[in-house]
Ligand binder design. Structure first.
Ligand code: MV4
Length: 450
């Protein structure tokens, strides 16, 4: 086991990793920007190193500054958390060349899964169902029309270097196709420096179901069942839950086995998430995320497994301490991401100083947050200030507990999305679990989905 780990992140995930390290008896080094001098992860770590200015490019995204901090504090490993450099293969390679263990998958895993066309091809070869679509990249308008005719409208054009919904274009006929093809390529070039696009059959009302997997360095891969992330807004997940109302045990088993087959096909290491689109009884591989995700707590609540500790253990070369048959789901969990944003104003970020704070508690509630009374929410970083996770014996109870908890969440004078979440939890379609990825649109009159 490592004796000292550097956490190359901030906010609630930095705290989460520090907690896991403390329970493992591992010393922690926090890194922080000048804007985070008073942040909790700085206070709770054993050591802390200021790595630069507030702007992420000068601090949390600066590989030289982070590695300098790692060198002077003599750490054996770096945990990247999520976001920032978590899926940056170049960063993982440099860590390895500095003999510092990167707590996550190999650079090869990241590169292969970061190229969405290559990821699909790999999964298909591993026997994982993928969304019907083009076998290769679409290079010309003529090829686009030919492929769309073969696949059949509606189709969706996606950036191969993209992911997370950026640069996607849905088309229903040839007329819109040409324009969509050109703009998708232009956006992909602008956003990712890579104009490569591919095409898929558009699934009109899917559910977004993802499977958590964890793999050690000895060939063992276990899935920790699914998370349903169908409630999203502009590709930002708002609510995540486990288990999913859309899956029965038969489908859960098939998708779990597909996730493991996919992970084994790429010799995956560490924690990862295989994302699927679910359409009735069919499921299709969408993307694989090579990092720990924001929503990992819902999986921890229903399986009782501490995913961050498992990440650290497998990175230290330990074997997984459980087998697939040991994984049982008990109860149901829901997570609401609480952002310092104004739902009345197109969710624009509302940074500022928290004067008074009441964090929910009581039976069935977990809150992962770095907020405290007096904390200055910075405009430099993403607006999530807390994750409220409820756990009940079933989904209905988890919803009831979450509603109660959100009513206790007071963060004055900051505007947050807490009440917006309560509205969702009272919605009948959500309660029945019959919603699709279009669910959230109905909460916005006339808002155009980008
Ligand atoms: C799709 C799709 C429908 N059909 N692909 C890809 C990235 C992911 N974040 C959203 N993506 C989608 N890919 C096909 N062939 C619909 C979406 C989609 C979506 C998927 C899950 C959850 C929310 C979504 C919101 C918009 C689009």
């Amino acid at each position: 086991m490592f004796s000292r780990i550097l956490i190359a992140n901030r906010g609630e995930i930095a705290l989460r990793i520090i907690r896991a390290c403390k329970e493992l008896g591992v010393k922690t080094v926090a890194v922080y920007s000048k804007a985070d001098t008073t942040s909790l992860h700085v206070r709770f770590a054993d050591e802390a190193v200021c790595i630069g200015e507030a702007a992420p490019g000068k601090s949390y995204l600066s590989i030289p500054n982070i590695l300098s901090a790692a060198e002077i504090t003599d750490v054996e490993a770096i945990h990247p958390g999520y976001g920032f450099l978590a899926e940056n293969a170049h960063f993982a390679e440099i860590c390895e060349s500095c003999k510092i263990k990167f707590i996550g998958p190999s650079p090869e895993n990241m590169k292969r899964m970061g190229d969405k066309m290559m990821a699909k091809d790999t999964m298909k070869k591993a026997g994982v169902p993928v969304t019907p679509g083009s076998e290769s990249l679409i290079e010309t308008k003529e090829a686009a029309v030919k492929e769309a005719t073969r696949i059949g409208y509606p189709i969706i054009i996606k950036a191969s270097a993209g992911g997370g919904g950026k640069g996607m274009r849905v088309c229903h006929n040839d007329v819109s196709l040409i324009n969509a093809f050109m703009t998708a390529r232009g956006e992909a070039e602008a956003s990712f420096g890579n104009a490569d696009v591919y095409m898929e059959k558009y699934i009109t009302a899917p559910r977004h179901i993802e499977f958590q997997i964890i793999a050690d360095e000895h060939g063992n891969v276990v899935h920790l069942v699914e998370r349903d992330c169908t409630v999203q807004r502009r590709h930002q997940k708002l609510i995540e839950e486990s288990p999913s109302v859309s899956l029965d045990d038969k489908m859960r088993k098939k998708m779990g086995e597909a996730s493991i087959a996919g992970a084994k096909a790429v010799n995956y290491r560490g924690a990862g998430t295989v994302e699927f689109l679910v359409d009735g009884n069919e499921f299709y591989f969408m993307e694989m995320n090579t990092r720990i995700q924001v929503e990992h707590p819902v999986t921890e609540m229903v399986t009782g497994i501490d995913l961050i500790k498992e990440q650290i253990r497998v990175a230290a070369g330990e074997k997984l301490s459980f087998k697939q048959e040991d994984i049982m789901i008990t109860g149901a969990a829901i997570e609401c991401r609480i952002n310092a944003e104004d739902p009345e104003n197109d969710f624009r970020p509302c940074p500022g100083k928290i004067e008074a704070l009441s964090i929910p508690g009581g039976p069935g509630i977990r809150v992962d947050t770095h907020a405290y009374a007096g904390y200055q929410i910075s405009p430099y970083y993403d607006s999530m200030i807390a994750k409220v996770i409820s756990y009940g014996k079933n989904r209905s109870e988890a919803i009831t507990i979450m509603r109660r908890a959100l009513s206790e969440f007071l963060v004055s004078p900051i505007k947050t999305t807490a009440d917006f979440h309560r509205k969702i939890l009272y919605d009948s379609e959500f309660r029945e679990g019959s919603h699709s990825t279009h669910f959230i649109e109905k909460f916005f009159s006339g808002e155009e989905e980008k």
